[in-house]
Design a protein around this ligand. Sequence first.
Ligand code: FES
Ligand code: FES
Length: 163
Amino acid sequence: MTEQHKPVEKTALSLSVNGRQQSIQVEPRTTLLEMLREQLDLTGAKPACERGECGACTVLLDERPVHACHLLAVQVARRNIVTVEGLAERPGFQQIVDAFVARDGGQCGYCTPGFAVAAYACIRDNPGADAQHIRWALVGHICRCNAYDSIVAGVLEALKRVP
Ligand code: FES
Ligand code: FES
């Protein structure tokens, strides 16, 4: 067997995902996004640019939004990850989804989970945010359908609806 074809040694990892403790084996090169989608079947975070430029893969790491494609799984050992699936179980998140729908905050919808995770963090941290503040909170998120104005309107609407 050549060096190139040797099986890659895996690392045992434990972490919390959506409030549940997980023990998992990953290759050193496995990204957090790959681990979530391919090993835990959590496909809400989307692969798009896969180089930290578009925000489609956004999840919460210890409650802060991060790009899951830009972190190795081994870097998040013993940390807390919350994906859009986990947020769906939290109070207030459905109001954000409903507000996005009411304001046409998505067209193809591919970017929407990433925007929704960032919107959740923005609303939680800044309940008095205005449009300018929201635009700053969403920096790093790209919508290929150019629905930015509707997305910001959706977050403003959500601010009125989230208790
Ligand atoms: S897929 Fe992660 S930032 Fe674009
Ligand atoms: S709604 Fe299509 S990429 Fe944003």
